[in-house]
Design a protein around this ligand. Structure first.
Ligand SMILES: [Zn+2]
Length: 238
């Protein structure tokens, strides 16, 4: 009996694989960021749980359900009904751009530029779009206005979640960002060098590559060496 119980506990521990995390301090207490996979992450602060772009390719075993869910775009790695159903509960508030909200029951729409207080967080919806890259001439993978990046503020700490974007002017003009999650993967978003160039322009205290499948994040780190931006490389594909 005893053996069975410890075996079960051991199996559960294996299933609940450990995700990389970062801890930040804010005026309202700690904020913890968990890298789940690709663009999927979790933020915990003030006893509340925020899931961003939950995706079935991430391992959610052992992770808490969401009080708040942020969706950035309509593509499958950002809007995944199955993963969404797994992390939402009846009281969960779901925030999404209009194109995504149409496909999610009970979602609340934020348009680029909108601000909203949800729970203990202040949200600003940022544009995210391609400047030059798309599936064919004159077409973009991400059209301006369709998706949202977000700036999430908690206890004065400002976390920028870029979404799928190139180094757009709205990113370059950001102010007072404490930590920034920056995408870098071709052909959909931008190169590590382009990402580093955009990051230099708004100079967050910390920059964290995410949504980088196939890209060389050390090139991003190298390009920012000596800039004063602290680059944190986490394994998002563990
Ligand atoms: Zn994506």
């Amino acid at each position: 009996m005893r053996l069975t119980l410890s075996f079960l506990l051991w199996s559960a521990a294996l299933l609940a694989q450990t995700h990389p995390t970062l801890d930040f301090s804010t005026k309202a207490g700690p904020l913890k960021l968990t890298a789940i996979r690709h663009a999927s992450l979790m933020i915990e602060a003030g006893g509340q749980v925020v899931h961003v772009d939950p995706w079935s390719q991430g391992n959610y075993t052992g992770l808490p359900q969401a009080d708040i869910i942020l969706i950035t775009d309509i593509h499958g790695d950002h809007l995944d009904p199955k993963a969404l159903a797994g992390v939402r509960k009846s009281s969960t508030q779901i925030i999404a751009p209009e194109a995504a909200a149409k496909q999610i029951e009970g979602a609340r729409v934020m348009k680029n530029g909108d601000t909203l207080n949800v729970g203990q967080f202040k949200l600003e919806a940022m544009p995210m779009y391609n400047l030059k890259r798309g599936p064919s001439e004159g077409k973009f993978f991400h059209d301006k206005g369709r998706g949202n990046g977000y700036v999430l503020t908690y206890g004065g700490f400002r976390l920028y979640i870029a979404g799928d974007t190139e180094g757009i002017p709205e990113m370059r003009e950001l102010k007072n960002i404490d930590a920034a999650l920056i995408c870098m993967n071709l052909p959909y978003t931008m190169t590590p060098e382009e990402a580093a160039d955009a990051v230099k322009a708004f100079h967050p205290k910390v920059a964290i590559p995410y949504h980088y499948r196939g890209a060389d994040t050390t090139a991003f780190q190298k390009a920012l060496a000596g800039s004063g931006v602290d680059v944190k490389l986490l394994d998002w594909y563990h």
